[in-house]
Design a protein around this ligand. Structure first.
Ligand code: ATP
Length: 245
């Protein structure tokens, strides 16, 4: 996926300005303070919100019309923050519905749903109602929704929010297994970044202020506030932005 000079907003408010990114197989963290524009960027890349400016290419196809966006969604798994679900729906039906939304061919939907449920360790809970799952299991069902049919790209908006430490470790192991998928993971938690991400994008005030490897982010550590090298590197980048502004 390639996004070039993308701008986005709501009504008269401009949120993203001149954002360019390239996603390839591997896990990329999207870090940024509240209101930086992470959700807006993920929604834009997921083609939920049409571009205001710039260009979006998904799997080699320039997505400049609703028809092309619909076709591109076949290659995209998008898990919104606090995703909605019908509590009375079974886990199987929830993920199966994800396959339908994505346009997975009818003949492959059941097998793909079972595969995604096995992947996230919920095969034995397939008949359970969504409303009866624990927070961690519900989040795993969300991941199954996002990866059913093995999309080339998975866009996950704060998937570790509300998970306890053990569930977060589980989640990281799941992500490590998603080889071949380009995963963009929005998070506030810098330990998630160190544990599973190859690359990091840092956003602030609607712009990208850093793109690089986790190792490169650590070199921004200036010994200031923060508990880990990544956290200090991240905080120092945000502070530099504030000094320039
Ligand atoms: N539907 C909307 N209508 C108007 N403004 C919005 C809407 N959604 C988001 N915004 C504004 O866009 C800006 C970016 O919000 P966004 O949710 O993309 O940031 P974020 O980095 O995901 O924040 P958080 O970490 O809190 O989820 C904020 O100023 C927000 O108030």
């Amino acid at each position: 996926m390639i996004a070039e000079h993308v701008s986005q907003g709501y009504g008269h408010t401009s949120v993203l300005a001149d954002v360019s990114i390239r996603l390839e197989a591997g896990t990329i963290a999207l870090l940024g303070p509240n209101g930086a524009g992470k959700t807006t960027l993920l929604r834009t890349l997921a083609t939920v919100q049409p571009l205001r400016g710039g260009r979006l290419e998904i799997c080699g196809q320039d997505v400049h019309s609703e028809r092309l966006a619909r076709a591109a969604r076949r290659s995209l798994g998008y898990l919104p923050q606090g995703f909605g679900y019908d509590p009375a729906m079974s886990v199987f039906d929830f993920v199966f519905y994800g396959a339908w939304v994505r346009g997975v061919p009818r003949a492959e939907r059941t097998e793909d749903t079972n595969e995604a449920l096995s992947y996230v360790g919920l095969a034995d809970r397939a008949r359970e109602k969504m409303g009866r799952l624990s927070g961690g299991m519900r989040q795993r069902a969300g991941i199954a929704w996002a990866i059913v049919g093995r999309p080339a790209i998975a866009l996950l908006d704060e998937p570790t929010v509300g998970l306890d430490p053990e569930q977060r470790i589980d989640f990281r192991n799941l992500l490590r297994g998603l080889t071949g998928t380009a995963v963009l993971l929005s998070t506030h938690l810098t330990d998630d970044v160190d544990a599973v991400c190859d690359r990091v994008i840092v956003m602030d005030k609607g712009s990208i202020i850093f793109t690089g490897t986790t190792k490169e982010l650590k070199t921004k550590d200036d010994g200031g506030p923060g508990n880990t090298s990544i956290e200090r590197g991240y905080i120092s980048l945000l502070a530099q932005g504030d000094r320039v502004a």
